[in-house]
Structure formats: structure tokens, C-alpha cells
Design a protein around this ligand. Structure first.
Ligand code: TPP
Length: 275
């Protein structure tokens, strides 16, 4: 079950490449959101490469797993992961946010690229994921549905309607990974609107909920296994992360929620990421 030393190193390399892609893409687009995806790179890499059944050989299988990116503005990292899995051509990454290109500034549903749902308007992702998971269950499929969310998205009331309903229906094939970096578009979350302890909240709604260090590959992998083993309740993994992780001048800086690096900043970021 545990990650081997070799596998852990491979996953760390993939996460670093995702981070390089994120800063390169946002720089090329001259707009976008680098901070969130840098923070999410570790837990999404473990999800995409160890758990989520979404690959070129099962892309069009009705019963494959599904993924919904609730915090759709963080899609640069999602696209980089789809490219790392061979689902998106790497050359498309540099057309990120360009007119007519498939990889827009918020995900646009494209089943040929493995993008299961359009997102960007915060708040509806958990409802969509709950519906997908219920639909799969009603069809007798062993599909697991994963969604990513964030502390900022957790301020939306609809998240908690979905949380109520997913627990009520015992949707145990649903797992949400919440990027808890304490930052949102307007600053530190505690100053804008504190969502407080999300593990306690999800538990109170009837979920199996775990706090996880969102940069500890082994802890993330263990938590995803625990979610799979849960047969009665949906699972929420509260992933504690640092916005901008891996790029010193972006780390924990709300200003890097949604700003593109200039040429000099890109060069420094890539140097820090070992490029
Ligand atoms: C319904 C809705 N309201 C407002 C926005 C504008 N918006 C974009 S990102 C964001 C902050 C989200 O917080 P979080 O996901 O925690 O941000 P990050 O960690 O990436 O900084 C907001 C309010 C939106 N996309 N959708």
C-alpha cells in the first residue's frame, strides 16, 4: 500500500514538472492564477497518478472515474496533469487562455481531453460531483468521483447543501479534496471570511473527514486509500497547503492568487524549480 521510495521520487518529479508548467503557462498567457495550482500540485499528482482511473486507455469508458475541479481558476495545474497523463498534447499548454484554444482560463467540458465538467463559478462543484457519484451508483458502476475544492469555495452556501445531500444518500464513492491554503482572491481568508475548521464541519454534516498535510505525498496517498475503504459515507480530505509552494517569492502571498509572473520572475521561479 505504502509508496515505494522510487515511486515517491517519481511523483515528486511529476509535481515539480507540473509547477514548472504552471508558471510557464501563466507567463505565456500573461494572465491567470499561479498560486493555487502550485499549492495543489502535490495532492493532485498523487490523486491523478495513484488513484484516479483516467488514462488514455480508459478515456471513453463509461464507468471510469470522474474529476471535477471546483476551484476552476486553478486549472493550469489540472491541464499540466492531463498533459502529464498524455490526455492533452503538451503544445496545447502554451496556448492556455488563447482565443479558440481548448484550454481556457476556466475548464470547459471536453471529454476527448478528459475534462469532465465546466467550472469556474465557485460553489456548484460538490453538487455536480454528488450527482455524478449517485448516477454511477444507480447504474451499478464502480466509478469513484473526485472533486477538488478550496477554502474560498467553502464560503459558498451550495457546497453545504451538497454536503448534506451526499451524506444523506451515503454517497461513499465521492471524495472531495479541499485546498486549504488560508488565501483567497481578496487576501487572507481569516480577514475576508473565516471558514474555520472544515474537518469538523464536514464531520458534522456526516462525512468521513481527515486533515492532511497537502504536501506530504505519503499522507495524501494514505488518506485517499482511507477514502476508498470507507463504504458508508462520502470522504473529505482537508489538504493543508501553502499557496505558491515551490516558488519562494510566491509562497503564502495573496498577491500571487491571480497574477502572471514577468520574464524575470519566471526565470527565478524556473531556477527554483530546478529547470
Ligand atoms: C460564484 C463566484 N464568485 C466569485 C468568483 C471570483 N473568484 C475567483 S477565485 C476566488 C477566490 C476563491 O478562493 P480560493 O479558491 O481559496 O483561492 P486561491 O486559494 O486559489 O487563492 C473568487 C472569489 C467566482 N469565480 N465565482
Amino acid at each position: 500500500m505504502a509508496l515505494s521510495t522510487e515511486r515517491r521520487a517519481e511523483l515528486a518529479d511529476i509535481a515539480t514538472q507540473v509547477r514548472r508548467d504552471v508558471v510557464t503557462m501563466v507567463h505565456a498567457a500573461a494572465c491567470g492564477h499561479p498560486g493555487g495550482p502550485l499549492g495543489m500540485a502535490d495532492f493532485l499528482t498523487v490523486l491523478f497518478f495513484e488513484h484516479l482511473r483516467l488514462d488514455t486507455d480508459c478515456l471513453h469508458d463509461h464507468g471510469r472515474d470522474r474529476f471535477v475541479l471546483g476551484n476552476g481558476h486553478t486549472c493550469a495545474g489540472y491541464y499540466a496533469l492531463l498533459a502529464a497523463k498524455g490526455l492533452v498534447p503538451r503544445e496545447e499548454l502554451l496556448r492556455f487562455r488563447k482565443f479558440g484554444a481548448p484550454l481556457q482560463g476556466h475548464p470547459h467540458r471536453n471529454l476527448n481531453l478528459g475534462i469532465d465538467f465546466s467550472t469556474g463559478s465557485l460553489g456548484n462543484s460538490l453538487s455536480v460531483a454528488t450527482g455524478m457519484a449517485l448516477a454511477a451508483r444507480s447504474q451499478g458502476l464502480d466509478t469513484r468521483v473526485y472533486s477538488a475544492s478550496s477554502d474560498g469555495e467553502s464560503q459558498e452556501g451550495q457546497i453545504w447543501e451538497a454536503a448534506t445531500s451526499a451524506a444523506h444518500y451515503g454517497v461513499s464513492n465521492l471524495t472531495v479534496m479541499v485546498d486549504f491554503n488560508n488565501i483567497q482572491i481578496d487576501g487572507y481568508m481569516r480577514d475576508v471570511m473565516d471558514v474555520r475548521d472544515l474537518r469538523v464541519k464536514y464531520e458534522a454534516f456526516g462525512w468521513h473527514a481527515i486533515d492532511v498535510d497537502g504536501h506530504d505525498l505519503d499522507a495524501i496517498d494514505d488518506a485517499l486509500h482511507a477514502a476508498k475503504a470507507e463504504t458508508e459515507r462520502p470522504s473529505a480530505l482537508i489538504c493543508h497547503t501553502t499557496l505558491g509552494r515551490g516558488v519562494s517569492f510566491m509562497e503564502d502571498q495573496p498577491g500571487w492568487h491571480g497574477v502572471a509572473p514577468n520574464d524575470e520572475q519566471l526565470a527565478q521561479a524556473l531556477a527554483e524549480l530546478g529547470a
